[in-house]
Design a protein around this ligand. Sequence first.
Ligand SMILES: Nc1ncnc2c1ncn2[C@@H]1O[C@H](COP(=O)(O)OP(=O)(O)O)[C@@H](O)[C@H]1O
Ligand SMILES: [Mg+2]
Length: 256
Amino acid sequence: MPQLEIKNLHVSIDDKEILKGLDLTVEQGRVHAIMGPNGTGKSTLAYTLMGHPNYTVTAGEVVFKGQNILELEPDERSRAGIFLAFQYPVAIPGVTVANFLRSAINARRRVANPEDKGMPIPEFRKMLKEKMDMLKMDRNFAGRYLNDGFSGGEKKRAEILQMATLKPEIAILDETDSGLDIDALRIVSEGVNALAGPELGVLVITHYQRLLNYIKPDVVHVMMGGRIVESGGPDLALHLEEHGYDWVREKYEEAA
Ligand SMILES: Nc1ncnc2c1ncn2[C@@H]1O[C@H](COP(=O)(O)OP(=O)(O)O)[C@@H](O)[C@H]1O
Ligand SMILES: [Mg+2]
């Protein structure tokens, strides 16, 4: 089973160290959630995994299938089987959702086989229809230009549809604190729940305890001060919901 192994990750923004030796392993087939108070570096972790240029890795590695993915371009990470959801996806007027997805699928097929001629259109249509039905999406959606005039919820749906069609082995979703209403949370969690299974490892990063009322994680981690400081089962999320982060902060500060 492939797994994403984050080892001793140190990341700085403008010479300020944000991630300070983060260790985490996400296995295919399990759902992991990272929670933590604002400003602890959750989004920094997501952006670093995506390869955002503002985030400088000063130490550590992220290994997937024997490769340090930090050395790969974002598109190479995707073709390796890692799905990174963008919080603010760009609009591509002129490119429909369907065409975008078909290009992405074909790019991945060509990695497996450089001679590949692409997924035949009837097969693609059938697959897309199945995925859209599974995600309870309106058929018209596939013909719209990607993210062009999409509402927040529609962008989320487009993201989940990408995940469903690209069939990644590991998916990473950062549900940052701004602009996520309860509908968007519901769309993301229904999508993740529909797709979760032995073939998919998920890392959901969230500030909202609420999200975990919808997504049932196998493992919950608490991030504080740029590191994972606690890990546990789903009951850890419930405990945080009830008691907040103060007890973690006290424990962590005592240890530091
Ligand atoms: N572009 C940036 N430039 C400078 N500091 C930043 C930038 N982005 C985030 N930070 C700082 O990095 C820290 C972690 O932020 P972030 O990763 O967004 O945390 P979280 O997602 O857990 O709320 C915060 O102190 C924040 O102010
Ligand atoms: Mg964040």
